[in-house]
Each structure stands twice: as C-alpha cells, then as structure tokens.
Design a binder for this molecule. Sequence first.
Ligand SMILES: O=C(O)CCC(=O)C(=O)O
Ligand SMILES: [Fe+2]
Length: 307
Amino acid sequence: MAELNRFDAAAASVDEVAQAIAEDGYAIVTGALDADGVAALKGELDPLIAATPCGHEDFMGKHTKRFGCLMARCPKSHDMALDPLVLGAVEAVLGPYCANVQINYTGVMHLEPGEKAQVLHRDAGLYPFQNPAPPTICATMWAVSDFTRENGATCLVPGSHLWEDTREPKPDEIVMAEMPAGSVLIYNGSTIHAGGANRSNGARTGAAIQFSLGWLRQEENQYLAMPIEQARTLPRRLQELMGYDLGTVNLGFVDHKHPNDILNGTAGEGPGDLGPQALMDKDNAILRMKVSDYRAVGRRRYSVEAE
Ligand SMILES: O=C(O)CCC(=O)C(=O)O
Ligand SMILES: [Fe+2]
C-alpha cells in the first residue's frame, strides 16, 4: 500500500492539500494544532466526554461517546473551523459547486477500549446522489488523542470518492489514518470510511467538523445548536459558516433581508434584495449539474474490515 497523503501544517499549501483530496479523497495534515492547542482542546472536551453516555446501537457505537454542538460548547473549535489551511482546502474542494460553504456537522467521537469497527460508509449518503457524484461534504476529523491502528484510527478507502456504489472495497484497499494528536484528516464526504476498532487500553478521541455545499440542508442544525445571543458574539466569518449567510443568491433570506444582518440587527428598513453582487458573480461561476439518471440504489454500506 502506498504511503498515506501526509502534509505538515507549517509547510503545506492549500493547493497541494486540496489536490490530494481531489485525487485520493483525503489528506492528513499533521501539526495543525500545537501541543498547547491540543491541551486547550482536551481541557474543554474532557468534562463533556465524562458527562456523555455511550451509544446504544452499532453505527453510533456501543462503546463510543458522541456529542455535538461543538461551536457552542468548545471555543477551541472556532480556531479549528477557521484554520486557514484546512478551510482553504475545504473551500477548494467544494467551491466549484457552491457560492458558499457552510458547517454541516460538529461532534466528538470518543472510542473507548472494546469498540468494534464501524461499518464502512459514505457521509454523503445523506443526499440522494448515485456515486460517483460531485462532492457535497468535506469532512475534517481532528485527532485529540493520537490515532493508531490499535486504538481505532479512522479507516478509509483512498480513491473511493470516485467509485460506483456497487464497488465493494477489498480489505487491502482500506488504510488507517494513523496520526498524532493535533493532526487533522480531511476527506471528501463521498470517500468510503469508518471508525476503526479500539483494541487498545486507552480511548481514541476525535473532533469532527464537517463542511458542505451552502445550498444543502445542514446535518446538524446550527441555528438551534447555539443560543442566538452567543452566535451574535462570534466573528463574522464563523457566523457565516454556521449558516448566518445566504446559501447562494436568494437562498436563506429572512423577510428578503440577508440573514447575517438579521442576526446582527443591521438589516435596516427597505425592501431587501437578492444578495450582494459578489455573491451573484460566485453563483454564476458554479458548476451546474446535469442529472439524467434516477434509480433507487439505496444508501450503501460495506461489511468489509481492514486486514
Ligand atoms: O470515528 C471515526 O473515526 C469516524 C466515524 C464516522 O465516520 C461516522 O460516525 O460517520
Ligand atoms: Fe462517517
């Protein structure tokens, strides 16, 4: 198996990370958080993890603790969502298909010892496209602990973002995103992947921040995931990413006013409009899809495990 796509946050460019995601469906960026950053993140997450029960079904994981609403609960996640290299790569992957990207999902996935491997799936299975399909989701999985083969590092199938739904991965096509704490795995939501099995004595903690095309419904409802008073205190770019923005021209307005102006009380009087000219320009540059084939292919999952 070829070497994994690994980049050093201090040296990598947005373009090379985005190119790896375009070609192979994923990239790993090491050193995206330094030791202090990891400690700060862990300090915010540990009490939340302690207060969270494990799941009660297989996909969520019976030995996995999960919770969402990271933007509200974990201020360190703001830096992660706004990280220029990571967000730049996400925008490069999704940008051709939307005028704006948005946060799709935020959550912690904390695998305790004894957790079994999750079934292989595509996060983009939420949306009813046959595969291969244009990217809809670009996910980031931040290693809060080290991710190792033994403790349940995310498994993924390089190149599978370009596969037909019917193609099953072979065991030797599955790689493990082993990476030290402070790294981030960025993957196309159409890339087949799963949480690994935790056969170690310690927990594996990941913090996921997923992004999607701004014209799709968000997986985690960001408007209810944070009190509006708190949303008003965020940097404008983060407000926009959470969805206090137009999804594209004329999409997501309130009373024909821009949702960011509604949030911040800057809408003023008057009739409103379809959105700023710069957004119109971006909308006109989007690649528009031609859909010509409709079939019930189901949301595929693959019962194959890594070697
Ligand atoms: O925990 C992981 O490494 C991945 C989990 C996952 O892919 C999911 O729950 O959708
Ligand atoms: Fe997933």
